[in-house]
Design a protein. Sequence first.
Length: 277
Amino acid sequence: MKKSYLRFIFFAFALCSSGLVLAQEHVTRVFAHRAGRAEQDENTLSAFQATYTAGINGFETDVRMTKDGNLIISHDNSLQRMTTSEGIIEEMETAELKKVVTKKGHKLLFLDELLDFLKDKPNLYVEFEMKTSETNLYPDDRIPEYCEKVYKAIKAKMPEDADFSMTSFDYRPLRYMRQHHPDMALLYISGNPCCDQTIEVCKTLGIKRMGVTLGGTSRDAVVKAHKEGLTVSLWPGTKVEDTILGIALGADLLCTDIPQQVKNMLKVRMPEVKVKY
């Protein structure tokens, strides 16, 4: 870890301990990456259930489309890392995928099943990542079908008080959604920090939310993004210290692999810090 990063972490701890961070005008929301990928069997119904039961109402998840046009929750296109099977999701039929289980014994989760679980839950924040960046699996002519199916599924079961957004690294579905469904909240994901470039991309796309990296993001850049009317979501969150850093930077949203650890630590050590789950 770079010395400058360590110094910032210690500085953030000091700010939180002294109460200076509490001058923040907004409440930072912490949400669970893949339903808490380091604490649960990621992106399974079991993971969402356990994380929600622990008091976490914010989630990030990943949506892919099967060969026969159904929507399934999976970060990877390949089954190899997470399951006991092999194959590419986009090249497989729904009936095949319903027989697949993870290495921890859970069934794969389909979008309609996840939405059924979420539909009666209050105060939700959920990011549905559109996993369309692999153009060999999602050529241009498949983007409209994919977007329409995701949008209609979400809108049909979205609770009235929920904040659901469709997100992507891929400009194509974001542009499609902006043009055809401007009522849907969108978030542009980047592997770069909050900076002039990522701010400009959001402005060009007409998108008000950005998901950018903690590394390289400065407090000044977050302030500039806010002045442009942008919501700043920071990732990745692999350690509790990442959350503390994100709060000190003034992030609106923080994505973490360890939401329960973060919640427990902040509750015990920093109860004054304004955080929403």
